[in-house]
Design a binder for this molecule. Structure first.
Ligand SMILES: [Mg+2]
Length: 394
């Protein structure tokens, strides 16, 4: 073990209230399409919480930032989800497995974090916390070696990656130069027949706004049931929907079997709210999905994403991570599978390109005209812009 890779310190932060930075859902942000527009969601059945996802606290946890420093003073940094509770876990539980350890021992560190949190973990917050630590470690190893992360995980499989964009308006996405648009479904099964008609009308208008051939996808954010999804997909067959995403709760993986049986020629995707390679085992082996979409900032970090990708590769099943900015771009650039990434429109109206992580980093690369060539900056290519945005967690 050399000093160059020996971990000396682990620091964890939440975001200051004034910071215009974080992940998808930033606490206190209002008038943003992601949280304040009508989007079908698991709380759609409650009138009080139906209109805006901010109303039931979608962003309540906020973001965190992890810094891991070596004996030589090199710092790896990553942001993640889970806010103060995840930050507390890292500080008071996971740090013991990091300080004094060689940062290159990513597999063993991951395994220790996972196994030591099994009594309270496996999914959700603890795996989000592990994800942030893991990404900070990859960033650190890249920065010590002076190499971008993609060179640590197999090198480049393509010079350029292409993007589809998730936003409130397919026409705006097309105008920004993306190859396809994913729009959120407005109504759920709780809205009954009128909601079904409203969904078809909304998607018809979105289809008309981009013409018949532009790929149009629909994000259903865990909001539907099996019978409703089958009916909705049937009603929308003339609209040539390119894929239907996350129609069911992640607790109903077998529901996707019934949906695929009903509509075998349509594409079905899910995975952003599933955790670890164990969570993806059934999703991959069932062969009922057309793309799996782990979120590298939630699923267990890059170490776990690579294991999921290896499993999926044996089934020729594309892995296209959910959101996650450069953490996903580095993965996609290195893989021989799907050559495209998601960009979640980060601007309040979803009509312009803004950094996924707001003002948090210097160096976050952005798609231009729906494309991106990754730089060779070390690690994930990002450094903190302003430490004034951070609140240390003790
Ligand atoms: Mg989604």
């Amino acid at each position: 073990m050399t000093r160059a890779f020996t971990i000396k310190d682990v620091r964890v932060y939440t975001m200051a209230a004034s910071a215009k930075a974080g992940t998808y859902f930033k606490p206190g942000v209002s008038n943003h399409w992601l949280v304040d527009s009508l989007i079908a969601n698991p709380m759609s059945g409650y009138p009080k919480y139906r209109e805006k996802r901010s109303s039931w606290g979608i962003g309540v946890l906020g973001a965190l930032v992890v810094e891991i420093e070596t004996e030589d003073g090199v710092v790896g940094v990553a942001t993640g989800s889970g806010g103060a509770p995840a930050a507390w876990m890292i500080r008071h539980h996971f740090a013991r497995f990091l300080v004094g350890q060689d940062a290159r021992n990513l597999n063993m560190i991951w395994d220790q974090l996972y196994r030591s949190s099994l009594p309270y973990g496996r999914k959700g917050l603890p795996i989000m916390a592990i994800s942030a630590v893991d990404l900070a470690l990859w960033d650190l190893v890249g920065k010590v070696r002076g190499e971008p992360v993609y060179n640590l995980i197999g090198g480049l499989s393509r010079d350029e990656i292409t993007f589809y964009c998730t936003g409130p308006s397919a026409a705006a996405v097309k105008a920004m130069g993306f190859w396809g648009a994913k729009v959120p479904l407005p109504c759920s099964h709780f809205d009954g027949e009128a909601g079904l008609r409203a969904n078809v009308a909304f998607l018809t208008a979105e289809r008309d706004s981009v013409g018949p051939d532009f790929p149009l996808m629909v994000d259903c954010y865990m909001s539907l049931t099996v019978p409703y999804a089958i009916r909705l997909a049937e009603a929308c067959k003339p609209l040539n929907i390119y894929w239907w995403e996350e129609v069911l709760s992640p607790d109903d993986p077998e529901g996707y079997r019934q949906i695929k049986q009903a509509h075998p020629t349509l594409k079905w995707t899910t995975g952003e709210h599933e955790y670890s390679r164990y969570g993806f085992r059934t999703l991959i082996e069932d062969r009922t999905l057309d793309i799996v979409q782990p979120d590298v900032m939630w699923v267990g970090g890059l170490t776990e994403l690579l294991k999921i990708a290896a499993h999926a590769a044996a089934y020729d099943l594309p892995v296209v991570p959910h959101g996650s900015g450069p953490y996903s771009y580095q993965f996609i650039a290195s893989q021989t599978g799907a050559a495209f990434c998601e960009y979640v429109a980060a601007s309040p109206d979803g009509r312009t390109i803004q950094p996924v992580f707001g003002d948090l980093f210097v160096g976050e690369q952005l798609p231009q005209n729906g494309k991106l060539k990754l730089s060779d900056a070390p690690g994930f290519g990002m450094t903190l812009a302003d430490r004034g945005m951070l609140v240390a967690v003790d």
